[in-house]
Design a protein around this ligand. Structure first.
Ligand SMILES: [Zn+2]
Length: 372
């Protein structure tokens, strides 16, 4: 019987300017992040990255925690790194090659806001730093429509929720959002129908046809009531609205997202890529099978789907089995009376204690949400 499970903590961005764009909510303030590391150290955790975890002979009686960052934000390197060095912590960054290609021209924004995604040079710098380990977050971070069922109608004020429509409709739109993010809110036509949607890897993509979109935009001019408009548009047959990509095309897409991503990163970084984290936790059995065939050793489970514990998963992985690992994240919903650092410290500490004591972790999260 092991004394401690191995928590894999999930972060995205660590930034002082988290409010300026649709993905700003993903940021922790540096003082919150530092408070977490301080707390983890005080609780006696050694803070390592995924590569360490895969390579080391694990002493299951030692307290180990893995630090991870999704999406490849450049502030991991510019801001988190220094804090991590201070606490002797290491971490893994899950990156999307598509974001890296997009970030070739983002230097100005990076210097101004510390906001944007790492390009390949910065990923190599992260690897050389000995703090970070780079692993895969799939080729792209896109959303897709998944059926002909319309669930909402786009208006500019909904950009925070539907920012990915700009990427979908205008592929040249930058993948990062800078200080002027909201100028892209005007790109998407008012009245654009929002079909059911999900993450790229979650299922086959629905492709609406141009005539239907035109028809929907026409109707938007005439029918002002949103619910009425949605039900009129949904009365049309799905076949008239567009079509689902073929199963073969879907399999090709999974291979691009999983295998090509691995190959690109291995070429660019000259290392083995063995861990994948699927964007938004969007995956299914077929995706897992192809990921296993591609030679990955493990994946990050969706944070909604905690199963068993990481020690058991890791033991199976060391025997050569492809496994999914559980991750946890700390909430940022604090009572406003305390300082950010103090709140982060205590919220983090309560979360860690509950994580190690039979899964009351999620209920603690729910309570914290209520007292916000
Ligand atoms: Zn992500």
């Amino acid at each position: 019987m092991n004394q401690f499970d191995i928590p894999i903590v999930m972060y995205h961005s660590i930034n002082k300017h988290p409010q300026k764009n649709p993905l700003g909510y993903l940021s922790f303030y540096p003082e919150e992040f530092e408070a977490h590391l301080k707390m983890l150290k005080k609780l006696g955790y050694e803070l390592i990255n995924m590569s360490d975890l895969l390579e080391m002979e694990i002493d299951y009686n030692k307290k180990i925690a893995v630090i991870t960052f999704d999406d490849g934000f450049v502030d991991n390197l510019l801001i988190a790194r220094e804090i991590m060095e201070k606490y002797n912590a290491r971490g893994t960054i899950f990156v999307n090659p598509e974001y890296a290609f997009d970030s070739k021209v983002s230097d100005v924004i990076k210097s101004k806001y510390g906001w944007g995604y790492m390009n390949f040079d910065e990923m190599r710098e992260a690897e050389y730093s000995k703090v970070f380990d780079i692993q895969a977050h799939a080729m792209t971070h896109e959303f897709i429509f998944t059926s002909g069922k319309i669930i909402d109608i786009y208006t500019e004020d909904k950009f925070d929720k539907y920012y990915w429509l700009a990427w979908m409709l205008y592929p040249d739109t930058p993948k990062r959002w800078d200080g002027d993010a909201y100028k892209y809110a005007k790109l998407i036509p008012e009245g654009f129908p929002i079909f059911e949607y999900n993450r790229r890897l979650s299922c086959q993509k629905f492709i609406p046809n141009d005539e239907f979109i035109k028809h929907a935009l026409d109707k938007y001019e005439k029918v002002k009531d949103k619910q009425e408009l949605i039900s009129i548009l949904n009365d049309d047959e799905d076949e008239g609205k567009g079509e689902l990509e073929t199963h073969e095309r879907y399999i090709e897409e999974i291979k691009v997202q999983v295998m090509d991503c691995k190959n690109v990163l291995e070429d660019e970084l000259n290392k083995n890529i063995e861990v994948i984290c699927f964007p938004g936790g969007g995956y299914n059995d077929l995706v897992l099978q192809i990921t296993n065939d591609a030679g990955y050793r493990c994946y990050m489970r969706s944070s909604q789907l905690r199963e068993d514990n990481n020690i058991n998963h890791l033991k199976k992985m060391k025997q050569g089995k492809f496994v999914g690992l559980n991750r946890i994240s700390f909430t940022r919903n604090y009572p406003k009376v305390y300082s950010k650092a103090a709140s982060a410290y205590w919220v983090g500490k309560i979360s860690m204690k509950s994580f190690q004591n039979n899964n009351v972790y999620t209920s603690v999260k729910k309570i914290l949400r209520k007292i916000r």
